[in-house]
Design a binder for this molecule. Sequence first.
Ligand SMILES: [Zn+2]
Length: 311
Amino acid sequence: MRYIPPTFTDLKDMAAIDVARLTEDEARTILENILWPDGPMCPHCKSRNATRINGKSQKVRDGLLQCNECRGQFTVTVGTVMHRSHITLRQWVQAFHSMCSHKKGVSALQLQRNLGLKSYQAAWHLAHRIRFAMRETPLKKALKGTVEVDETYVGGKSRLGKRGRGSERKTPVVALVERGGRILTRPVERVSAKALKAAIRQNVRKDARIMTDDFSSYQGLEREFKGGHEIVNHGEREYVRGDVHVNSAESFFALLKRGVHGTFHHVSKTHLHRYCDEFGFRWDHRKVTDGERTVAAIRGVTGKRLLYKEH
Ligand SMILES: [Zn+2]
Protein backbone atom coordinates (compact mmCIF):
# COMPACT_ATOMS: atom_id res chain seq x y z
CA MET A 1 0.00 0.00 0.00
CA ARG A 2 1.29 3.39 -0.93
CA TYR A 3 1.78 5.78 1.94
CA ILE A 4 0.43 9.25 1.40
CA PRO A 5 1.74 11.66 4.00
CA PRO A 6 -1.14 13.56 5.57
CA THR A 7 -1.08 17.32 5.91
CA PHE A 8 -1.17 18.38 9.49
CA THR A 9 -3.35 21.29 10.44
CA ASP A 10 -5.79 19.94 13.00
CA LEU A 11 -4.43 18.37 16.15
CA LYS A 12 -7.81 16.94 17.07
CA ASP A 13 -7.56 14.12 14.58
CA MET A 14 -3.90 13.31 15.08
CA ALA A 15 -2.47 10.19 16.71
CA ALA A 16 0.85 10.18 18.59
CA ILE A 17 2.66 8.89 15.51
CA ASP A 18 1.51 11.92 13.50
CA VAL A 19 2.37 14.35 16.26
CA ALA A 20 5.89 12.93 16.39
CA ARG A 21 6.34 13.69 12.67
CA LEU A 22 5.34 17.35 12.83
CA THR A 23 7.72 19.88 11.33
CA GLU A 24 8.39 23.17 13.11
CA ASP A 25 6.23 25.06 10.58
CA GLU A 26 3.35 22.61 10.98
CA ALA A 27 3.56 22.90 14.76
CA ARG A 28 3.44 26.69 14.48
CA THR A 29 0.41 26.55 12.19
CA ILE A 30 -1.33 24.22 14.64
CA LEU A 31 -0.61 26.51 17.60
CA GLU A 32 -1.71 29.59 15.67
CA ASN A 33 -4.96 27.89 14.61
CA ILE A 34 -5.72 26.99 18.22
CA LEU A 35 -4.71 30.27 19.86
CA TRP A 36 -5.84 32.62 17.10
CA PRO A 37 -9.05 31.07 15.75
CA ASP A 38 -10.04 34.46 14.29
CA GLY A 39 -6.61 35.37 12.98
CA PRO A 40 -3.52 36.78 14.73
CA MET A 41 -4.06 39.07 17.71
CA CYS A 42 -1.42 41.44 19.06
CA PRO A 43 -0.63 40.41 22.67
CA HIS A 44 0.44 43.98 23.48
CA CYS A 45 -2.66 45.97 22.43
CA LYS A 46 -5.12 43.20 21.41
CA SER A 47 -5.41 44.60 17.88
CA ARG A 48 -6.23 42.14 15.11
CA ASN A 49 -4.53 44.33 12.54
CA ALA A 50 -1.15 42.70 12.09
CA THR A 51 1.18 41.86 9.22
CA ARG A 52 3.41 38.84 8.84
CA ILE A 53 7.03 39.75 8.45
CA ASN A 54 8.07 37.13 5.97
CA GLY A 55 11.32 35.40 6.49
CA LYS A 56 13.23 36.77 3.49
CA SER A 57 15.95 37.89 5.79
CA GLN A 58 17.77 35.34 7.92
CA LYS A 59 17.60 37.78 10.79
CA VAL A 60 13.84 37.63 11.08
CA ARG A 61 12.55 35.00 13.49
CA ASP A 62 10.17 32.43 12.04
CA GLY A 63 6.53 33.20 12.72
CA LEU A 64 7.14 36.87 13.50
CA LEU A 65 4.32 39.38 13.05
CA GLN A 66 4.13 43.12 13.42
CA CYS A 67 1.14 44.96 14.86
CA ASN A 68 -0.10 47.77 12.64
CA GLU A 69 -1.55 49.64 15.62
CA CYS A 70 1.14 49.66 18.29
CA ARG A 71 3.99 48.60 15.95
CA GLY A 72 4.97 45.90 18.46
CA GLN A 73 6.34 42.60 17.17
CA PHE A 74 5.14 39.22 18.33
CA THR A 75 4.90 35.49 17.65
CA VAL A 76 2.27 33.01 18.78
CA THR A 77 4.20 32.22 21.97
CA VAL A 78 4.44 35.79 23.32
CA GLY A 79 2.49 36.17 26.56
CA THR A 80 2.02 32.43 26.99
CA VAL A 81 3.71 29.75 29.12
CA MET A 82 5.76 28.93 25.99
CA HIS A 83 7.34 32.38 25.89
CA ARG A 84 11.15 32.58 25.98
CA SER A 85 11.77 28.90 26.19
CA HIS A 86 14.50 27.11 24.27
CA ILE A 87 12.11 24.37 23.36
CA THR A 88 10.97 24.13 19.75
CA LEU A 89 7.28 24.39 18.92
CA ARG A 90 7.16 20.80 17.68
CA GLN A 91 8.52 19.71 21.06
CA TRP A 92 5.92 21.81 22.84
CA VAL A 93 3.08 20.28 20.82
CA GLN A 94 4.46 16.80 21.39
CA ALA A 95 4.84 17.40 25.12
CA PHE A 96 1.27 18.66 25.38
CA HIS A 97 0.00 15.65 23.44
CA SER A 98 2.01 13.25 25.54
CA MET A 99 0.83 14.67 28.86
CA CYS A 100 -2.76 14.75 27.64
CA SER A 101 -2.66 11.13 26.42
CA HIS A 102 -1.26 9.37 29.48
CA LYS A 103 -3.76 8.83 32.27
CA LYS A 104 -1.10 8.46 34.92
CA GLY A 105 1.09 11.25 33.58
CA VAL A 106 4.54 11.20 31.99
CA SER A 107 7.74 11.55 34.00
CA ALA A 108 10.23 14.30 33.16
CA LEU A 109 12.78 11.59 32.33
CA GLN A 110 10.39 10.01 29.84
CA LEU A 111 9.65 13.41 28.28
CA GLN A 112 13.35 14.15 28.01
CA ARG A 113 13.92 10.90 26.11
CA ASN A 114 10.83 11.14 23.91
CA LEU A 115 11.46 14.74 22.89
CA GLY A 116 15.23 14.50 22.70
CA LEU A 117 15.75 17.32 25.19
CA LYS A 118 19.29 18.07 26.35
CA SER A 119 18.62 18.09 30.06
CA TYR A 120 16.31 16.56 32.62
CA GLN A 121 15.79 20.04 34.05
CA ALA A 122 14.49 21.38 30.75
CA ALA A 123 11.97 18.53 30.64
CA TRP A 124 10.97 19.14 34.25
CA HIS A 125 10.32 22.85 33.63
CA LEU A 126 8.48 22.10 30.40
CA ALA A 127 6.16 19.69 32.22
CA HIS A 128 5.46 22.23 34.96
CA ARG A 129 4.62 24.92 32.43
CA ILE A 130 2.16 22.55 30.81
CA ARG A 131 0.63 21.81 34.21
CA PHE A 132 0.26 25.54 34.67
CA ALA A 133 -1.56 25.79 31.34
CA MET A 134 -3.86 23.01 32.55
CA ARG A 135 -4.68 24.87 35.74
CA GLU A 136 -8.20 26.17 36.23
CA THR A 137 -8.38 27.65 39.70
CA PRO A 138 -10.31 29.50 40.77
CA LEU A 139 -13.04 27.67 38.88
CA LYS A 140 -14.79 29.74 36.24
CA LYS A 141 -18.11 28.16 37.19
CA ALA A 142 -19.08 26.72 40.57
CA LEU A 143 -19.78 22.98 40.79
CA LYS A 144 -23.45 22.04 40.81
CA GLY A 145 -25.85 19.09 41.12
CA THR A 146 -24.54 16.24 43.23
CA VAL A 147 -21.07 17.08 44.50
CA GLU A 148 -18.89 14.47 46.19
CA VAL A 149 -16.31 15.76 48.62
CA ASP A 150 -13.49 13.60 49.92
CA GLU A 151 -9.94 13.91 51.08
CA THR A 152 -6.89 11.70 51.00
CA TYR A 153 -3.16 11.74 51.76
CA VAL A 154 -0.62 11.83 48.96
CA GLY A 155 3.16 11.83 48.70
CA GLY A 156 5.57 11.16 51.51
CA LYS A 157 9.14 10.08 51.05
CA SER A 158 8.90 6.72 52.66
CA ARG A 159 6.78 3.74 51.83
CA LEU A 160 6.82 3.04 55.54
CA GLY A 161 5.06 6.31 56.30
CA LYS A 162 1.80 6.02 58.15
CA ARG A 163 -1.27 6.01 55.99
CA GLY A 164 -4.53 7.83 56.41
CA ARG A 165 -5.51 10.73 58.58
CA GLY A 166 -2.95 11.95 61.05
CA SER A 167 0.05 11.07 58.90
CA GLU A 168 2.78 13.70 59.03
CA ARG A 169 4.68 12.50 56.04
CA LYS A 170 1.91 12.86 53.52
CA THR A 171 -0.01 15.89 52.33
CA PRO A 172 -3.79 16.05 52.51
CA VAL A 173 -5.53 16.61 49.18
CA VAL A 174 -9.20 17.50 48.89
CA ALA A 175 -11.37 16.74 45.87
CA LEU A 176 -14.77 18.20 45.05
CA VAL A 177 -16.33 16.23 42.23
CA GLU A 178 -19.48 17.21 40.40
CA ARG A 179 -20.94 13.77 39.67
CA GLY A 180 -20.62 13.14 35.95
CA GLY A 181 -18.84 16.48 35.58
CA ARG A 182 -15.87 18.52 36.65
CA ILE A 183 -13.48 18.35 39.58
CA LEU A 184 -11.71 20.80 41.82
CA THR A 185 -8.75 19.29 43.58
CA ARG A 186 -5.90 20.76 45.58
CA PRO A 187 -3.68 20.16 48.59
CA VAL A 188 -4.79 21.67 51.88
CA GLU A 189 -2.72 22.53 54.95
CA ARG A 190 -4.91 20.43 57.17
CA VAL A 191 -8.25 18.67 56.99
CA SER A 192 -9.94 20.92 59.55
CA ALA A 193 -13.64 21.73 59.27
CA LYS A 194 -12.65 25.31 58.55
CA ALA A 195 -10.36 24.47 55.60
CA LEU A 196 -12.64 21.85 54.04
CA LYS A 197 -15.79 23.92 54.40
CA ALA A 198 -14.05 27.00 52.98
CA ALA A 199 -13.09 24.98 49.87
CA ILE A 200 -16.68 23.75 49.49
CA ARG A 201 -18.25 27.19 50.03
CA GLN A 202 -15.96 28.79 47.46
CA ASN A 203 -16.53 26.26 44.73
CA VAL A 204 -19.98 24.72 45.06
CA ARG A 205 -23.36 26.27 44.30
CA LYS A 206 -25.70 26.69 47.24
CA ASP A 207 -28.40 24.53 45.64
CA ALA A 208 -26.08 21.52 45.32
CA ARG A 209 -26.45 18.19 47.09
CA ILE A 210 -23.28 17.32 48.99
CA MET A 211 -21.99 13.79 49.59
CA THR A 212 -19.19 12.99 51.99
CA ASP A 213 -18.06 10.21 54.27
CA ASP A 214 -18.60 10.39 58.02
CA PHE A 215 -15.47 12.44 58.74
CA SER A 216 -16.37 14.93 61.45
CA SER A 217 -15.03 18.00 59.59
CA TYR A 218 -17.97 17.78 57.19
CA GLN A 219 -20.65 18.01 59.89
CA GLY A 220 -23.22 20.75 59.48
CA LEU A 221 -23.08 21.14 55.69
CA GLU A 222 -26.80 20.29 55.41
CA ARG A 223 -27.54 23.69 56.90
CA GLU A 224 -25.71 25.48 54.08
CA PHE A 225 -26.71 23.54 50.98
CA LYS A 226 -30.29 23.34 49.74
CA GLY A 227 -29.80 19.91 48.21
CA GLY A 228 -28.80 18.56 51.59
CA HIS A 229 -25.81 16.63 52.87
CA GLU A 230 -25.73 12.84 52.57
CA ILE A 231 -23.19 10.85 54.51
CA VAL A 232 -21.84 7.41 53.70
CA ASN A 233 -20.65 5.73 56.88
CA HIS A 234 -17.17 4.51 56.07
CA GLY A 235 -16.60 4.05 59.78
CA GLU A 236 -19.24 1.33 59.69
CA ARG A 237 -17.89 -0.15 56.45
CA GLU A 238 -20.74 1.26 54.43
CA TYR A 239 -19.54 2.39 50.99
CA VAL A 240 -22.70 2.81 48.95
CA ARG A 241 -26.27 3.46 50.04
CA GLY A 242 -28.53 3.96 47.05
CA ASP A 243 -26.89 6.83 45.16
CA VAL A 244 -25.04 7.99 48.26
CA HIS A 245 -21.30 7.42 47.83
CA VAL A 246 -18.04 9.20 47.10
CA ASN A 247 -16.86 6.72 44.47
CA SER A 248 -16.06 9.37 41.83
CA ALA A 249 -13.73 11.14 44.24
CA GLU A 250 -12.17 7.84 45.20
CA SER A 251 -11.60 6.87 41.54
CA PHE A 252 -9.86 10.19 41.04
CA PHE A 253 -7.63 9.69 44.08
CA ALA A 254 -6.70 6.21 42.87
CA LEU A 255 -5.50 7.73 39.57
CA LEU A 256 -3.66 10.58 41.27
CA LYS A 257 -1.87 8.17 43.59
CA ARG A 258 -0.91 5.82 40.79
CA GLY A 259 0.60 8.84 39.05
CA VAL A 260 2.34 10.33 42.04
CA HIS A 261 3.71 7.02 43.31
CA GLY A 262 4.09 5.08 40.05
CA THR A 263 5.05 7.65 37.42
CA PHE A 264 6.67 10.43 39.40
CA HIS A 265 7.90 8.34 42.38
CA HIS A 266 8.28 11.32 44.63
CA VAL A 267 6.37 14.57 44.57
CA SER A 268 7.28 17.19 47.15
CA LYS A 269 4.64 19.10 49.03
CA THR A 270 5.75 22.28 47.22
CA HIS A 271 4.79 20.92 43.82
CA LEU A 272 1.84 18.71 44.66
CA HIS A 273 -0.70 21.35 43.59
CA ARG A 274 0.72 21.24 40.05
CA TYR A 275 0.06 17.51 39.82
CA CYS A 276 -3.45 18.13 41.17
CA ASP A 277 -3.93 20.64 38.31
CA GLU A 278 -2.69 18.10 35.76
CA PHE A 279 -4.79 15.16 37.00
CA GLY A 280 -7.80 17.42 37.52
CA PHE A 281 -7.51 18.71 33.96
CA ARG A 282 -7.44 15.20 32.49
CA TRP A 283 -10.43 14.30 34.66
CA ASP A 284 -12.40 17.28 33.36
CA HIS A 285 -11.59 16.29 29.78
CA ARG A 286 -11.85 12.53 30.21
CA LYS A 287 -14.66 12.05 27.72
CA VAL A 288 -12.88 13.44 24.64
CA THR A 289 -10.10 12.13 22.38
CA ASP A 290 -6.41 12.62 23.17
CA GLY A 291 -6.21 15.20 20.38
CA GLU A 292 -9.20 17.18 21.65
CA ARG A 293 -7.79 17.11 25.18
CA THR A 294 -4.47 18.42 23.83
CA VAL A 295 -6.22 21.30 22.08
CA ALA A 296 -8.04 22.17 25.32
CA ALA A 297 -4.73 22.19 27.24
CA ILE A 298 -3.03 24.38 24.64
CA ARG A 299 -5.90 26.89 24.91
CA GLY A 300 -4.86 27.35 28.55
CA VAL A 301 -1.41 28.78 27.72
CA THR A 302 -2.58 32.35 27.21
CA GLY A 303 -2.04 35.06 29.77
CA LYS A 304 -0.16 32.85 32.16
CA ARG A 305 3.48 33.71 31.48
CA LEU A 306 3.79 36.45 34.06
CA LEU A 307 2.01 34.46 36.71
CA TYR A 308 4.03 31.33 36.19
CA LYS A 309 6.83 31.99 38.67
CA GLU A 310 4.43 32.90 41.43
CA HIS A 311 2.70 29.55 41.50
ZN1 LIG B 1 -0.41 45.96 19.06
